[in-house]
Design a protein around this ligand. Structure first.
Ligand code: GMT
Length: 386
């Protein structure tokens, strides 16, 4: 192995795909022998068991009485600098540009140029926040001052360039799944808790934000229900939850829709589904569709952001224009009513997830970027995914 690196990782530890990717990446790097220091406001929710190469540093915010708004960003930057000095970190890898890229830049000012910074753009940090003129220049500064920038799809790279007028090279690093965790689980009894004989399960997992188009999720399901006996399982919580609960009641389908709230054991939950619904307005990648793919569950989704780079239309799922719930419902019905076609899609899902988005492949890509910004020659072979 090339030199063992000391890496600080900052992310939103308790929600969203960016936190999941950052935490899983840290765990995989630690398994490969690198020393990983999570610098976050709480313990990342997917951190799991103790590992000798993983350290956790809590960011404590100073809420001195003159502060109307306790300055989290400054506390984070200070903590990054302290940890970097104390543990002689090689680099800080921050996930989600706002405010983390700027905090890393500040930390570097305090520590010195030898500390390298890598920023991974995940989606709404660009597609939503970079549209806000009041913070746009700050996001651009954070990106331009990073030693390397990565984004989770080609579409996000394009959108970053368009919105922020950035020339800087941006590396593509797709989301990944750990194949030791995401594979089709045997969940017959869990499935039977929700469906009767012959019924199908449609599932949606998200943070119930407007970009997820939860109304479309329910509309697609209601249309499918007219043709195929089925249930809708909604996993997650967020601002649109009350609105959706009301919609489900007003449509009179509340006995067919199950609200499961937040769930940690996503691989088991997904394994009971027949289809994943992802009709988002914006979606830089769609980690949940990849998790579903790895469990052999095709996605019915929208042609939005990076989803088409993940879901191969007509092979591992079907994609329709944003808002076209008729087309999405028809595609779902086609798959659910044709067992042979469904099995083909399932096989294609398993193959694609394992071969294109496996943990070894993407972890090696991140390592290559780390060694490059540090100016260390390292031959990281392209792993063979099996
Ligand atoms: O899905 C979300 O809204 C959460 C968000 C986040 O920042 O955690 O997810 C973003 O990052 C994920 C990991 O890279 C991507 O898979 C999601 O597509 C992306 N979400 C959006 O672009 C809306």
């Amino acid at each position: 192995m090339a030199r063992r690196l000391k890496i600080g990782i900052t992310c939103y530890p308790s929600l969203g795909g960016s936190g999941v990717v950052a935490t899983e990446l840290g765990k995989l790097l630690a398994e490969k022998g690198h020393e990983i220091h999570f610098i976050t406001h709480s313990v990342p929710f997917r951190l799991g068991q103790f590992h000798k190469n993983i350290f956790y540093h809590e960011v404590e915010v100073n809420d001195y009485y003159v502060f109307r708004y306790p300055p989290y960003d400054l506390s984070l930057a200070s903590k990054m600098a302290q940890v970097a000095k104390m543990h002689k970190l090689d680099l800080l890898h921050v996930h989600y540009a706002v405010p983390h890229a700027v905090c890393a830049y500040l930390a570097k000012q305090m520590v010195g140029d030898q500390l390298r910074t890598v920023t991974t753009l995940h989606g709404t940090d660009i597609t939503v926040l970079a549209q806000d003129e009041s913070i746009k220049d700050m996001i651009r500064l954070g990106i331009n001052q990073s030693d390397a920038v990565t984004a989770v799809s080609n579409d996000l790279i394009r959108e970053t360039r368009d919105l922020l007028d950035i020339d800087k090279a941006i590396d593509l690093t797709y989301n990944f799944v750990d194949k030791r965790v995401y594979y089709p689980r045997d969940c017959a009894s869990l499935r039977n808790d929700f469906v009767g004989k012959g019924e199908k399960i449609l599932m949606h997992i998200s943070n119930f934000r407007p970009v997820k188009r939860m109304n479309d999720v329910v509309d697609i399901f209601a249309k499918v229900l007219q043709k195929v006996p089925s249930r809708l399982l909604l996993v997650g919580e967020g601002p649109d939850l009350p609105k959706i609960q009301h919609k489900v009641r007003s449509m009179g389908i509340e006995d067919k829709v199950h609200f499961l709230g937040k769930q940690d054991d996503v691989a088991h939950v997904i394994s009971i589904a027949d289809l994943m619904l992802l009709p988002s307005e914006k979606e830089s990648f769609g980690l949940v569709a990849l998790e579903a793919m790895a469990c052999g569950v095709p996605t019915i989704g929208s042609i939005a952001g990076g989803i088409p780079e993940l879901v191969t239309n007509g092979e591992t799922g079907y994609l329709s224009p944003i808002g076209d719930t008729d087309d999405m419902a028809n595609n779902a019905i086609k798959l659910l009513q044709n067992e042979r076609l469904y099995q083909q899609f399932r096989e294609a899902c398993l193959y694609r997830a394992r071969n294109q988005f496996c943990n070894e492949l993407i972890t090696a890509e991140y390592e290559r970027i780390y060694y490059r910004v540090l100016g260390i020659e390292a031959n990281i072979p392209v792993p063979v995914c099996e």
